[in-house]
Design a protein around this ligand. Structure first.
Ligand code: TNX
Length: 517
């Protein structure tokens, strides 16, 4: 019988041979010293799901081993070459080689998918047996991410760690944390104590859909904040798995929570942390005090997460307050700005300069293009693909998250039994058919793709994962393989087998057959 092997994402080259390798017949995991942390992680995961105990040994070990080794000249971080790997499973053992430790991390994810799905459980439930294969693999795109919105509904640290693991299993490499918005501020800046005291809590939350005014309010306060040690733990957890955390501090708009704590940084209205969702006109005033606050927040977050990118948000910034603000007028005159959108550009440039001084690069939502942004800022496109072209024409690199394909707070079908979602319709088939590099676009300018889990209507981790999976699995495929691979071997055909993995990992996914009733 033809053996079936259903990996997601599909590796670029895979040759399956007859027979299996029982990892319990191996002596050890032999690894280069630099790879020992990954080797121990793999050892621990094998132990949990299968009961196997493989010690980590030095690379000179002879005999039958599971070998992890660095091979060839080291590519730069965040290149496709950095994530390339070769995985050979033969009767003699396992050989996983890569030029960069990130490639070893991706190869481990593939090896875990070669095991029986039950090996992904938290206690021994499967034999440590893998098919004999030769895999030669490398992603199509450099940035394959998922955004978690811990603001609209706070999602606890353990859930963030789980999502890092899930991203890892799908060979994704970015977890973007949306940490600040109108409805809350979710990371502690000890020098600004009112962020924890005031901005991280809201007194009530709008029930049902924003449109449904009669639905009323849930009167229970909602909140939460990550302490500095929480953030450090998230940072280390991601680093061990070669996943980049991109922290987002969304300014100068979506600022209701900051302004509830520090009203003097805005135009002076005294309003609470927002209990409703949408776009609000409150923004930071373009004063030195507001800028100092923002830069302090960026310094704090940039120090905790050592990765090269900080997300400055910048979406949906209404200009109404600045239009009538004498302070904004004065700035416009001083800087010779003709358009009030220049005020946002003034913030964007100051954020970019400050973060560049910390050795960081900025990424911001595509609205940063409207008033102009320094060319080194990466543009995170969310509105539609026209902005991919616009951003590239303006000299930027792009991360593509266009709403129709990458927003998993959208409905999954038009079945009225679907749970409440914000709007939209983003089916598995639609995600699977998405080519993130539209015709006529230089693929080198598209850093990659990302899906977004906005949580206005996803109040608990269970809701987030139900809406994320399996669409996120399909998105991982879209970032890893090109259209030719996906046409020859549709990801939908591999999904049923993959759902067994999601189930074993304890993920409460939405069944592709329809919502549960
Ligand atoms: C638009 S995408 C927003 C978010 C919402 C989301 C809901 C973006 C940059 N801004 O504030 O949560 O739509 O789908």
């Amino acid at each position: 019988m033809q053996r079936r092997i259903s990996l997601i994402p599909q590796p670029q080259h895979l040759v399956l041979a007859d027979g299996d390798l029982d990892l319990s017949t191996l002596d050890a995991i032999a690894a280069d010293p630099e790879l020992h942390p990954l080797a121990w992680l793999l050892s621990d995961l094998l132990n949990r799901g299968t009961g196997l105990r493989l010690a980590v040994a030095d690379p000179a070990s002879e005999g039958r081993v599971l070998r992890l080794r660095l091979d060839g000249e080291r590519p730069d971080d965040l290149t496709t070459a950095a994530e390339a790997y070769r995985l050979d499973v033969t009767p003699a053992g396992v050989d996983l080689a890569a030029a960069h430790p990130a490639g070893i991390a991706r190869g481990i994810a593939t090896l875990r998918q070669l095991l029986p799905p039950d090996a992904l459980r938290e206690a021994p439930a499967a034999d440590p047996v893998v098919p004999l294969v030769a895999i030669d693999d490398e992603p199509r795109l450099r940035w394959r991410g998922v955004m978690i919105d811990v603001v609209r509904h706070f999602q606890p640290k353990d859930f963030v760690l789980k999502m890092i693991d899930r991203a890892w299993l799908h060979r994704m490499n970015v977890v973007h944390l949306h940490l600040t918005d109108d409805q809350g501020w979710r990371f502690d800046v000890p020098s600004r104590p009112k962020l924890a005291e005031i901005a991280s809590w809201r007194a009530e939350t709008k029930i049902g859909h924003a449109r449904d005014e009669a639905a009323g309010y849930e009167p229970t306060p909602h909140g939460g904040i990550f302490s500095v040690p929480d953030l450090r733990e998230i940072a280390s957890y991601a680093r061990e798995r070669h996943i980049m955390i991109v922290p987002e501090v969304n300014l100068p708009g979506h600022a209701r929570a900051v302004l509830a704590a520090y009203p003097e940084l805005g135009a002076g209205q005294d309003k609470p942390v927002s209990p409703t969702f949408g776009v609000f006109e409150e923004v930071l005033e373009p004063t030195q005090a507001a800028l100092d606050f923002a830069l302090e927040a960026y310094t704090a977050i940039g120090e905790v997460f050592e990765g090269p990118f900080v997300h400055i948000g910048g979406d949906e910034v209404p200009m109404t307050q600045w239009e009538s603000s004498p302070i904004a007028r004065e700035l416009m005159e001083r800087e010779g700005m003709e358009d009030v959108r220049g005020v946002q550009a003034w913030f964007t440039k100051a954020f970019c300069d400050h973060l560049a001084g910390m050795g960081k690069r900025v990424i911001g939502w595509d609205e940063i293009l409207d008033g102009g942004a320094p060319a080194e800022a990466v543009v995170h496109v969310w509105r539609n693909e026209a902005y991919v072209k616009k951003a590239i024409a303006a000299g930027h690199l792009v991360v593509a998250s266009p709403e129709p394909y990458a927003y998993y707070d959208h409905y999954e079908s038009d079945d009225p039994a679907e749970p409440l979602r914000i709007h939209g319709l983003t089916t598995v088939d639609k995600v699977a058919g998405w080519d993130p590099v539209p015709a006529g676009v230089d693929g080198e300018r598209v850093l990659g793709i990302q899906c977004q889990l906005w949580s206005e209507y996803l109040p608990t981790p269970r809701d987030v994962e139900y809406s994320a999976f399996p669409r996120l699995s399909v998105l991982a495929e879209v970032g890893w393989t090109g259209m030719a691979v996906r046409e020859a071997n549709p990801v939908q055909d591999r999904l049923a087998d993959h759902l067994e993995r999601l189930h074993a990992m304890g993920i409460d996914y939405r069944p592709p057959t329809g919502p549960e009733r």
